[in-house]
Every structure is written in structure tokens, then in C-alpha cells.
Design a protein around this ligand. Structure first.
Ligand SMILES: [Zn+2]
Length: 201
């Protein structure tokens, strides 16, 4: 840690508060509200204060200690609720609805569905509006996205081709089997000839 001295993170000085101990104090300043707190470090003055023990004392008091002076957060500021999440988009205005409907009329057909490459998401992006608006307006005015059309002729062609390929494979297999069978017969004849010769010798 580069900030080894308390002076880097806190204001350090000798103080003699009323009703408190006189001595060296470290002061943390809240970067959010500007509030500060003094914490007693030691009775003597001078000599640098190691930072970690002081940071620990502030943390014990509820501070969030940052790596830079003036960026700390006091206990009160930490209790404030975080900024709420962005509110969900309000309902579309009539202008929004018209724009979405016009965009849908160009790229969506109730019978054929979306043009290639288009869907609710793309229309929403192109219009800079939430996808939910596009879905709602499409469902309401244009209807659901139809299921993809089935290409019966294409399917039949593909099936026929598969059948043809399978037949060709079978013919190849048959030819290979015939060849193998022929070779076995030839080898057997060879063996027989050798045996005959051996017997004759
Ligand atoms: Zn604060």
C-alpha cells in the first residue's frame, strides 16, 4: 500500500478538544456530505502515524475508508439507500405506437411472418424502443408470429436423395463382399495346390 502514513488519508493534527484528550488526532472527511470525524491517535505529537491502525478505528466507527483523502464515506451516508434502479419504461405514447406499427407493416406479414433477419428484437432496436412494446403491438394489431412454413417438396427431395445414397452404399458394400468372397476362393485354391504339391513330393 503506497499510502503508509495516515497523513495520506486523513488530516492529522494536534488537538485539545473540550472534555477530550489532548493529543494527535486523525480526521476523516466524508466525500459525500463533507462531514468529518476526529479520532484520537495518541497523546504525543510528531512522528508519522501508521495508516492501517487509524483506518481500522474509523471503520470500527462505521466509516468506509477509501484509498484517497476526502473520498471516505461517513456512516450516515452509507445508510442512504442506493439510487433505485431505472424505472421500467412507461407505456408507449401514441407516436411510439404508430412508429412501431409502421415498422411492423414493412417487415412483418401475418401469414408469412417476419422478413428474413427481422424479429421483434430487431424492430425494437431499430426504433429505439423496448422489445415488450413491439411484441404487444404486434400481437394486438398484426397477430402472432406464424410457425415457419414447411417445404414439403424440399423435404421429399432430400428424402429421395438419402434413399439414393443408401442404395449406392449398399451396392458398394455388395461389390466389396463379392470381391472378398472371390479372393477367399482364389486363396483356398492356392493353398490346395501347395498341399497337393507337398503330398506329391
Ligand atoms: Zn457523509
Amino acid at each position: 500500500m503506497a499510502t503508509s502514513h495516515s497523513e495520506n488519508l486523513f488530516d492529522v493534527g494536534v488537538k485539545a478538544p473540550k472534555g477530550g484528550r489532548a493529543g494527535t488526532y486523525a480526521t476523516a472527511v466524508c466525500g459525500t456530505c463533507g462531514k468529518s470525524e476526529d479520532i484520537f491517535a495518541r497523546a504525543s505529537a510528531g512522528a508519522t502515524l501508521p495508516v492501517e491502525p487509524m483506518a481500522k478505528k474509523f471503520r470500527t466507527n462505521g466509516w468506509k475508508i477509501a484509498g484517497k483523502k476526502g473520498r471516505h464515506t461517513c456512516p450516515a451516508c452509507q445508510k442512504k439507500p442506493a439510487t433505485p434502479k431505472a424505472a421500467p419504461p412507461p407505456e408507449p405514447t401514441p407516436e411510439n405506437r404508430r412508429a412501431i406499427l409502421e415498422a411492423l407493416e414493412i417487415v412483418f406479414c401475418p401469414v408469412k411472418g417476419f422478413d428474413d433477419g427481422y424479429d421483434d428484437e430487431r424492430v425494437a432496436q431499430e426504433q429505439g424502443m423496448p422489445r415488450r412494446w413491439v411484441e404487444d403491438i404486434r400481437e394486438q394489431f398484426c397477430g402472432p408470429v406464424p410457425p415457419p412454413a414447411v417445404d414439403h417438396i424440399g423435404e421429399a427431395r432430400a428424402a429421395l436423395k438419402q434413399l439414393g445414397d443408401a442404395a449406392a452404399d449398399m451396392a458398394d458394400a455388395q461389390a466389396a463382399a463379392d470381391k472378398a468372397r472371390q479372393r477367399v476362393i482364389e486363396l483356398q485354391a492356392d493353398v490346395d495346390r501347395h498341399l497337393e504339391k507337398a503330398g506329391a513330393a
